[in-house]
Design a protein around this ligand. Structure first.
Ligand SMILES: C[S@@+](CC[C@H](N)C(=O)[O-])C[C@H]1O[C@@H](n2cnc3c(N)ncnc32)[C@H](O)[C@@H]1O
Length: 271
């Protein structure tokens, strides 16, 4: 039978986690936290919130391993192909003639978004002048992102959007195929630095031309969204772009910071 867990219990657990581990989930949207907690309890066969409370606060390893269940780190290569078409257009029109390009993938999860960008940049001969930073809260997701190793079963799903982009290419041009997995070729990784960064708590000192933060702010409440949007604004070069996810909503006050560049593909431009 499904447990009923109240909002207050979730908030209290998140405050206790913050005090114990210094990781602040208190401005995450309560509904998504609740879904994450149910996922975690089902997976670890934990019967009730009290049991979860005691394990999570006692056992640091358990807590670290739980972050991926609390969050959702689903991602795909070429997710939302029309957004990638629009990004390619922006790159060609505005950045082709510039000497360098800097990109931040904030909340990169297991790296598929980062490598999609690398493949597109390579196709328009802009990869060699690009530096990318790919960050996430989850060390486990980042480890997978760094490896760039994806199961062949999952790779099958990427073939259709890949061919929409590159009808004359093969996946093997970008991945080394093994018995069960495909590995991103080293030349599509060289320009990326992967780092753990918590959007809710960590500052960002660098500047970027394009920031991707797709399907991350869906978990944040309006206060945290605004905090993150201000950080993105400060971290973007003049006229830079912010790409959010199809289900992300821009808070009303976001309109003071960013202009809509293309509503359908959720691309914004720094004012
Ligand atoms: C659904 S994935 C999005 C992946 C990718 N951007 C995409 O759209 O395909 C959400 C990611 O956000 C990360 N995340 C959640 N809260 C975060 C935070 N405070 N700082 C950095 N990353 C965070 C999660 O660990 C997860 O990997």
């Amino acid at each position: 039978m499904k447990q009923v867990i109240g909002d207050e219990e979730i908030r209290a657990l998140m405050s206790a986690i913050e005090r114990r581990y210094g990781l602040d989930f208190t401005n995450y949207e309560i509904k998504s936290l609740k879904r994450g907690i149910f996922r975690l309890m089902m997976k670890r066969k934990i019967k009730n919130i009290l049991e979860l409370w005691s394990i999570i606060l006692k056992d640091e390893e358990f807590f670290k391993d739980s972050i991926d269940d609390l969050m959702v780190n689903l991602t795909e290569l070429f997710r939302n192909p029309d957004a990638w078409m629009m990004i390619k257009k922006i790159l060609l029109e505005e950045y082709k003639s510039k000497p360098n390009l800097s990109i931040w993938h904030a909340g990169c999860s297991t790296g598929e978004e980062v490598y999609t960008m690398a493949i597109i940049l390579n196709e328009i001969s802009m990869l060699s002048k690009t530096k990318a930073l790919a960050s996430d809260l989850s060390s486990q997701a980042l480890e997978k992102a760094k490896n760039g190793k994806y199961s062949l079963i999952v790779m099958q799903n990427y073939l259709k959007p890949f061919l929409e982009f590159f009808p004359d290419k093969k996946m093997e041009d970008f991945f080394d195929y093994q018995e069960f997995n495909a590995m991103v070729k080293p030349e599509f990784k060289k320009h990326v630095k992967f780092t753990r960064h918590n959007l809710a708590q960590d500052p960002m000192e660098q500047k970027f031309d394009i920031i991707f933060c797709r399907n991350v702010m869906i978990y944040f409440d309006e206060t945290l969204k605004l905090h993150v949007l201000n950080m993105f604004n400060n971290s973007l070069n003049d006229g830079g772009y912010l790409v959010i996810g199809y289900y992300d909503t821009m808070p009303k006050s976001g309109a003071d910071i960013f202009d809509i560049y293309d509503n359908k593909t959720r691309i914004y431009k720094k004012k």
